[in-house]
Design a protein around this ligand. Sequence first.
Ligand code: HEC
Ligand code: CU
Length: 416
Amino acid sequence: MFAPVAEASGKRRIARSAAGPRIALRGVMSLRRLTQARLNQARGMKNANLLRWMRQVGLLLTMAMVSACGEEYLQSTIDPVTDYGEVSQSLYLQVFWWTMIVLAVVWAVMAYILVRFREKPGQERPKPVHGHMGLEIAWTIAPAIIVVAITIPTIKGVFKVQRPPEGDALVVEVTGKRYWWSFHIPELGVTTANELHLPVGRPVSLRLESGDVIHSFWVPRLGGKRDVNPVVTVREGGEEKRNWMHFTLREEGVFWGQCAEFCGEAHSLMGIRVVGESEEDFQAWVSDWQTTAPTANAPEDASEATTENPLVARGREVFFRESYCVLCHSIQGTVAPGTIGPNLTRVGGRSTIAAGMLENTPENLELWIRDPRSVKPGVQMPGAQYDVTYEGVTFPPTNLDDEQIRALAAYLSSMR
Ligand code: HEC
Ligand SMILES: [Cu+2]
């Protein structure tokens, strides 16, 4: 259901709550005690068998119910948090209830037939029936009516979620790249990667574009999958043909997603985090981004420099002078101009790195800088020991030693 979070020690799945099964067990035990008492009462009576049967069914139902609510599903498609998600959810529920009606009718007819036409002792073989006009019309028309009843709201829903929001929408330019996501908010001048903060209650329009092959933007609790294509068609008048996704967040929280269109070796390791927050928290995140992190640049004032963590200062030196990270990465407010890789402004404030695959800790940053390929095969970033070729240009191994890598991690973590 969700992307595994890879760690230095290997892959780990998010720990599931142990409370679910325990509650299930307690429910089952008390149900057992209850029905046991009833059974004792009924002992000797001929419906004891029926009671025993009911107890079995009761147990099964309780277990099914408890196991359905004992866990938290991070990428659930049936727990929407946007207006778009609610449209899909309502369609899903309509289809579900239609199926339940069909099930009930089929079972009722079957039960009737089983009782009414069961074989009686000494009975003669009945004559088979061939063709029944009434029945055939009924079972052609009934499904047709159901299909129409589902089609009408479906078409309405498709148009509803495609319609651009009225009023002041927050436009975010989303670019999918192998194997990460760039988010640019032109109105606020913010450019970030993999983790997008959005305000609750304000309409959002994602403008989707790919920097290479076809990807698909999919954060299940926000809505359906939407293809992220390279721009291939320019309409008359110069308008580019591209996909958009419109929604308004209803809830705060962290919503997980991932690329949903096979795009290469690390396709399954191309995660997304959307952080829904209040307007104030969102504004705070934006203004953090707009002001340069205090440690991003060397302090002009020497007295300030002496109070700074020397490891951070050392990391900054490696980042800007001893290595060539700046060819691919930018940091707002500094001279780093690169756009091949994710924008690293306030990277220390992200909850994960490597597009949701590693928790953002100094240890994981070290692992990533030393050997990104061990986390993501096919990654377009060089390691300490290996080069990478991006669009025909070869970037040599960084040849960084442990001391330099530790300092780089401290520098990146300090910018939060
Ligand atoms: C050839 C270009 C290139 C160079 C040079 C490069 N990187 Fe990267 N870097 C990338 C790409 C591409 C990614 C995205 C990888 C992915 O997640 O698929 C990345 C991702 C990262 C990330 C994770 C960001 C996130 O939010 O997921 C960090 C941190 C990082 N690089 C640090 C560095 C440091 C430090 C250096 C210098 C030693 C460096 N990079 C050099 C291309 C580069
Ligand atoms: Cu992809």
